[in-house]
Design a protein around this ligand. Structure first.
Ligand code: IMO
Ligand code: MG
Length: 417
């Protein structure tokens, strides 16, 4: 019995879903608390690949409760489509899938606003996933948003849509949109539940809850590389407000870090490799976006930004993923500090302009050549791989408890202490 959070600590795509799927075995509930279908969560189970965007990664277990809480922005049409794909595979949602009626609705107009703002930013565009995330959250904060619970109140919904179109000065076919949303509401209303009470009851009964993060700390709307961020609170602090859960009730915060860094979309990336090594990592790690198919930018492990994530989230233990990808390199670098305007620092910059003059300082470690994807025990890893893991552990001051060496659930090394 425990309450755990599994959070991305980089720029997203840390293989969180694989770790959630692995850790969900011990959980009764898996809860998303922020983000929307900008997330692309890939799970391999029994040789089959699933890509989830809105549905929590616990769904592949038949009995787990999966929860979309109020902090998530939901495109109801995308959600229904995702559910249908999973249902075709025999996955059932009845009685174990829940949506908080407070969750904000992403509409087609939000996607249009998203792409319009990207176009107007030109070369400074954020490189969003185009899923309408920013405009959706903005409307929620501006108090003009549509919420999932509105989809079962025809007159209220229509009035809110008229007001929203007005707010944006947009001409939209209100009647058509209202009808479509009501149909979606009809299909989804059986899943509506007050998530704060669901979680409080689970907690009282001593059930295990797993909060599943989307995106990563360095994309947090406040603490990330603003303005090149997503529009939600990605960090552990986002769980309370996002899910409607008391912040005292979390026992373990697992930080998911990849064994190297990647970033998709624009924005600073201090340890980015634009050379052959970067390409090599991309191909070996299959670093292409699960949501947009875009090639991910690849680079060395950055202990400065990682330490920043540890501090922001209060990480108790680290899940280090994709270690198998690094097999075959002669040397592996870890960034241990930044030089900014000639000054060495271990702080992650607060202002975007400081990244332009930033020079990463590296520690060079010897690599290993062996295939490690079938290794089950830490002691069986090549000495250089163990040294690499222990170096990260030392630099971040947090134990590496889980090491992922492949996409399948069982390709995970659990370190005992
Ligand atoms: P998961 O959960 C990686 C990035 C986008 C863009 C910025 C803003 O799979 O780790 P948005 O559409 O959110 O307004 O885009 O954030 N981004 C992600 N990058 N993984 C994700 O999710 C991401 N979700 C958003 O590329 O730079
Ligand atoms: Mg992803």
């Amino acid at each position: 019995m425990s309450v755990r959070a599994v959070l991305g600590c980089m720029y997203g795509d840390e293989a969180k879903a694989k770790m959630v799927d692995f850790l969900a075995e011990e959980a009764d509930l898996v809860v998303r608390f922020q983000g929307g279908s900008n997330a692309g969560h890939t799970i391999k189970s029994a040789g089959k690949k699933y890509v989830l965007h809105l549905v929590p990664s616990g769904i592949l277990y038949p009995e787990k409760k999966c929860v979309i809480s109020s902090g998530v922005v939901v495109d109801p049409f995308a959600l229904l489509e995702e559910m249908q794909i999973l249902q075709k595979d025999g996955i059932s949602f009845k009685g174990r899938f829940f949506i908080d009626p407070r969750a904000v609705v992403i509409l087609p107009l939000h996607k249009n606003l998203d792409s319009r703002s990207e176009t107007s930013l030109g070369k400074n565009k954020i490189g969003t996933t185009g899923k309408g995330i920013g405009p959706g959250y903005a409307d929620a904060i501006s108090r003009v948003g549509i919420r999932m619970g509105d989809l079962i109140y025809p007159e209220f919904l229509q009035a809110r849509l008229i007001a929203l179109a007005d707010f944006h000065g947009l001409e939209i076919d209100i009647a058509e949109l209202t009808a479509k949303l009501l149909t979606a509401g009809e299909q989804l209303k059986e899943y509506f539940i007050q998530v704060p009470y669901l979680l409080a009851t689970a907690q009282e009964k001593g059930e295990s809850i797993l909060f599943e993060g989307a995106q990563g700390t360095l994309l947090d709307v406040v603490f990330g590389t603003y303005p090149y961020v997503t529009s939600s609170h990605v960090i552990a602090g986002g769980i309370g407000a996002g899910a409607g859960y008391n912040p005292r009730g979390i026992d373990e915060i697992v930080g998911v870090f990849k064994s190297y860094y990647t970033r998709v979309g624009s924005g600073p990336f201090p340890t980015e490799l634009t050379d052959e090594t970067g390409n090599w990592i991309r191909e070996r790690g299959n670093e292409y976006g699960a949501t947009t198919g875009r090639p991910r930018r690849c680079g060395w492990f950055d202990a400065v930004s990682s330490r920043y994530s540890v501090i922001l989230n209060g990480i108790d233990s680290i899940a280090l993923t994709l270690l198998d990808v690094l097999s075959g390199l002669d040397n592996i670098n870890i960034c241990t500090s930044y030089k900014i305007d000639g000054v060495i620092t271990q702080e992650f910059p607060s202002h975007i302009s400081q990244f332009g003059v930033l020079e990463p300082q590296y520690l060079e470690l010897p690599g290993w050549q062996e295939d490690i994807s079938e290794i089950k025990d830490f002691s069986e890893l090549p000495a250089n791989a163990r040294h690499y893991v222990e170096t990260i552990e030392k630099l971040l001051g947090v134990r590496v408890k889980y090491i992922s060496v492949g996409a399948e659930r069982m390709q995970t090394i659990l370190r005992e202490y």
